[in-house]
Design a protein around this ligand. Structure first.
Ligand SMILES: O=c1ccn([C@@H]2O[C@H](COP(=O)(O)OP(=O)(O)O[C@H]3O[C@H](CO)[C@@H](O)[C@H](O)[C@H]3O)[C@@H](O)[C@H]2O)c(=O)[nH]1
Length: 889
């Protein structure tokens, strides 16, 4: 199939006109080549050629032939995406307000520095430093939002699903993700689904085998009745009427049959754990010896009594539990395949795909991959798994685009792949990846811990889309394979190739593919699959047929053997995988680091987040307070690591735009705000305890500044809510989590980050609550109270503020000359802190008041210690009267 046909397919239903969206010229020629769409650019070149054949007889016929060619080209290559600007009525006041607020902030800080609080220099000094940092931090966050794009109304492959541990990540959830990919609306011969199983677990393998059988029913059902979403769990759990808009009379019968089949499928998947356990050596050993052998790892037998190849029968000394040999197994063959070759085992399953009426229907290719794990080799977690998938897929299917999904991120809208791929094919050869937002199922209705994170997904990422593009967020990201391989964007690549050709020396790894082995490793099949750099700079439709057409032939045994070799542990030795090639190693945030490398090379990314539809959703979310704090801790640790690494955004190359650089700087420096924020949250308590305030007197000037800063912030927020199409409640939850995370997990990250840079210890993964594993009570996990040391600072802040309010009230009431303004200032300030910590307090209470006693003991002790410390510091003589009646020794 030609690229033109592919484009026409992907643009189906979206483009009804032929005019150029970039230059707004229909069939005419605009003067500047750099603002033209590919079609107009061709027209422009054509006129230039015609002019060159001055008055010659050939001019007219040349013009006619070229015109016909371009018209055909134009028809095939209509633009499929367009950028919609934020209305000026919102953007202009938004930018003006930012400017105005910067001026007010400048004046406010000057005023604050000039007007010292001589009575409480300590309070004054700390508050001024904190406020200056907040302004700096606000600037870092606000400036990249100067040029947002609201929504992209747009019309997507080698899909990677990563799974790590079937005990923590339900195989049923992984199976649902795989089914949603297989049922996506994309040409089956163009779609390959890879499931990476880092545990090499037979349980996951057999679940995927079940998927391949069930897909033969599920995919035809989805296509026949056009059902959405195409993950069966989410489809059968839909709250809306399933029969709405369905006109085929056999729908009711088919749906009932599918529901029965899916229930049986679930039972089979859920029974696998026990079934596999019974077949494992470890289980037998446990049964016999009543102890689980620590090492060597257990050998396991498959259902047909064959040895499961991802376990050793005779393990070597030193093998750990999760060590295993590599496995590549083609579970569903591509349409052109006659037989299914397997790596390590001979019993390939071929599943006939029958639709509900008994007619054969083709299914996409599906491959199970477990990369090798051995003692002495670092596995690099998810980044390592993705790099192994990138190499194996290059040999098996070599799709020019890669889409990666966490085990729980299923395709919610069947058009998701088509939409994303349109951005890639639109002549936007500089686009390295298209990022989709994360939308969650199973979050409590009030979204207590801001799990939906709409401020990030709908405001910050959209804002970056107006600069150089959103960050890579780890999952739901469609990559250009060449960008993953670490190549420069087309123009830079072309320039470099030309320079190299001219000078004919230098590090020519883009010119002489023989040096590729140092970069990509020794697999000749892998190196042969990399198209030569020359085609990088040409539009997709202008490249030789073989670089854009389906490169997949039948998956042969030699290619499976080669795929096995590139997923061995030692393959990456002395190569650039994990550094200049593939996903970056050594970072808790391999995603952001990988996207950062690409932006630094001059690539741009695109955000694909239409408001009216969710392309991907996640079936699991950390809705428990402790889990959420640990998730924030892990992410913030990645940010701190980035700050202290050679990827510090202050050191970027000139290829990265200034505002994009600021956005990365804000991302990596953000946890430092926690120090100032924590100190600032203690200030109201200190104010109330001491009877002082952060300014000497609450004057009209001070109030005017506070009012101006608050009002501008409110209007900015309203405008931001408007252009990002979010709700006020999303913004407010985000603000609360910013304070909760800032006073807990971010502080932890500041301790853990540098330690990790020095020691390289990996943080533990995030625990998530899967909606597919139903609890007796809905959102029961939300109310479970679990202790983590990250809770100590916010508990202390709350306790101290409460004690201070009590002391402040008592002193003011009993005093003969009460300092009302200082008291009210401190009270308001304290209230501000407490309402931000409200979700945290609720999280501590649980549902039935089952808060661990340690929480109260800790909070009481720390709060009393700090109060006494403060009073002692205030009164060196050792005795001071507070409020006339309360005295401290
Ligand atoms: O050794 C590993 C560890 C994890 N995974 C998979 O990676 C995905 C993410 O897991 P993990 O990183 O433990 O969970 P989270 O903390 O939830 O990950 C968030 O944060 C990561 C780092 O920023 C991103 O890559 C993820 O997309 C994002 O969901 C899951 O599908 C895992 O199965 C592996 O394949 N191998």
């Amino acid at each position: 199939m030609s690229s033109g046909q592919l484009r026409r397919q992907t643009s189906k239903d979206y483009i009804s006109e032929e005019s150029c969206a970039e230059c707004s010229v229909s069939g005419e020629v605009a003067p500047r080549q750099d603002v033209l769409c590919p079609r107009c650019r061709e027209m422009f070149k054509l006129l230039e050629k015609a002019k060159a054949v001055v008055n010659g007889a050939g001019a007219l016929s040349l013009l006619e032939t070229e015109e016909t060619r371009i018209n055909n080209l134009g028809k095939q290559n209509r633009l499929m995406s367009r950028k919609i600007n934020v209305p000026t009525a919102i953007l202009a006041p938004y930018r003006l307000l930012i400017l105005f607020r910067i001026i007010v902030l400048g004046l406010y800080h000057a005023w604050r520095i000039k007007n010292r609080n001589e009575d409480a220099m300590c309070l004054w000094g700390i508050s001024v430093v904190c406020e200056i940092w907040f302004s700096f931090s606000w600037l870092l966050e606000q400036l990249p939002k100067l040029n947002p794009t609201p929504n992209s109304e747009l019309p997507a492959i080698d899909v990677f699903i990563t799974a790590a541990d079937p005990d923590k990540e339900s195989p049923l959830v992984t199976a649902n993700t795989a089914l949603s990919v297989l049922a996506a609306d994309y040409p089956v011969e163009k779609l390959t689904c890879y499931i990476s199983d880092d545990a090499g677990s037979l349980q996951t393998f057999e679940a995927i085998a079940e998927v391949s059988s069930f897909a033969a029913l599920w995919v035809p059902f989805c296509r026949k009745h056009d059902v959405e979403p195409r993950g069966p769990e989410s489809y059968f759990n839909l709250k809306k009427d399933p029969y709405w808009n369905k006109i085929r009379p056999d729908f009711v019968k088919d749906r009932r049959k599918m529901k029965r089949e899916y229930d049986e499928f679930k039972v089979r998947i859920n029974a696998l754990r026990e079934a596999v356990r019974r077949r494992s050596y470890a289980y037998n050993a446990l049964e016999e010896r009543k102890v689980l052998p620590e090492a060597p790892p257990p050998a396991t037998w498959m259902a047909d009594a064959c040895h499961w190849p991802a376990t050793w029968i005779n393990p070597l000394p030193g093998h750990r539990y999760d060590d295993h040999p590599p496995v590549v197994q083609v579970m569903l063959s591509s349409p052109s395949n006659e037989s299914i070759p397997t790596g390590n085992k001979e019993d390939g399953r071929s599943v006939p795909s029958m639709d509900l009426t008994g007619v054969n229907m083709r299914l996409p290719l599906m491959v199970y991959i477990a990369r090798e794990k051995r003692p002495g080799f670092e596995d690099h977690k998810k980044a390592g798994a993705l790099n192994a998938l990138a190499r194996a897929s290059a040999i098996i299917s070599n799709g020019p685009f890669l889409l990666n999904l966490d085990y729980d991120n299923y395709v919610h809208d069947s058009l998701a792949f088509r939409e994303g791929i349109c951005y890639m094919l639109d002549g936007s050869e500089r686009v390295c990846f298209v990022q989709y937002p994360l939308r969650l199922d199973g979050v409590d209705p009030s979204d207590r811990y801001a799990n939906h994170n709409n401020a990030l997904f709908d405001a910050n990422m959209r804002a970056l889309d107006g600069i150089q593009g959103p960050f890579n967020l780890g999952s739901r990201c469609l990559f250009r394979r060449m960008a993953v391989y670490g190549f420069d964007p087309p123009e830079a690549s072309l320039q470099r190739t030309q320079q190299l050709n001219a000078s004919d020396d230098g590090p020519s790894d883009q010119k002489i593919p023989s040096t590729y082995s140092k970069r990509f490793g020794n697999s000749t099949s892998l190196i042969d699959s990399i198209p030569v750099a020359e085609f990088q700079s040409r539009p997709v439709y202008d490249r030789p047929q073989e670089t854009v057409a389906d490169p997949r032939g039948p998956v042969t045994l030699p290619s499976v053997a080669e795929a096995l070799s590139v997923i061995s542990c030692s393959y990456e030795d002395k190569t650039q995988w994990g550094e200049r090639v593939g996903w970056i190693y050594g970072s808790a945030k391999e995603d952001v680091a990988t996207g950062y490398r690409m932006h630094n090379q001059g690539w741009r990314s695109v955000y694909c987040a239409p408001t009216e539809r969710d392309f991907f959703r996640s079936a699991a979310a950390p809705i428990n307070l402790a889990d959420r704090l640990n998730q924030i801790l892990r992410r913030a640790t990645g940010s701190v690591e980035m700050f202290f690494s050679h990827r510090n955004p202050l050191l970027v190359s000139p290829n990265m735009r200034a505002l994009q650089r600021l956005a990365y700087l804000n991302h990596s420096a953000n946890p430092f705000t926690s120090v100032f924020l924590t100190v600032y949250c203690f200030l109201p308590a200190f104010c109330l305890l001491s009877g002082q305030f952060i300014v000497q007197s609450i004057s009209a000037t001070f109030l005017a500044y506070v009012l101006a800063l608050t009002v501008t912030l409110c209007i900015l927020t309203l405008l931001e809510i408007k252009w990002s199409d979010t709700q006020f409640v999303d913004w407010w939850r985000n603000e609360q989590m910013r304070v909760i995370g800032g006073t807990s997990a971010h502080l932890g990250a500041l301790l853990q980050g540098p330690l990790r840079v020095l020691t390289g210890i990996e943080p533990s993964p995030t625990a998530k609550k899967s909606s597919a594993s139903a609890d007796d009570e809905e959102f029961a996990h939300l109310y479970a109270v679990r202790w983590t040391w990250l809770m100590v600072p916010p508990i202390t802040i709350m306790a101290l503020n409460l004690i201070a309010v009590a002391i402040g009230v008592s002193r003011t009431i009993q005093s003969s000359s009460p300092e009302w303004s200082e008291f009210l200032g401190g009270l308001f300030f304290s209230f501000w802190v407490m309402i931000h910590l409200h979700p945290f307090a609720k999280g501590l209470m649980g549902r039935r008041g089952k808060t661990p006693t340690v929480v109260f003991v800790w909070s009481g002790l720390v709060a009393i210690t700090i109060s006494l410390l403060w009073l002692t510091l205030k009164s060196p003589s050792g005795a001071q009267e507070i409020g006339g009646s309360i005295t401290f020794p």
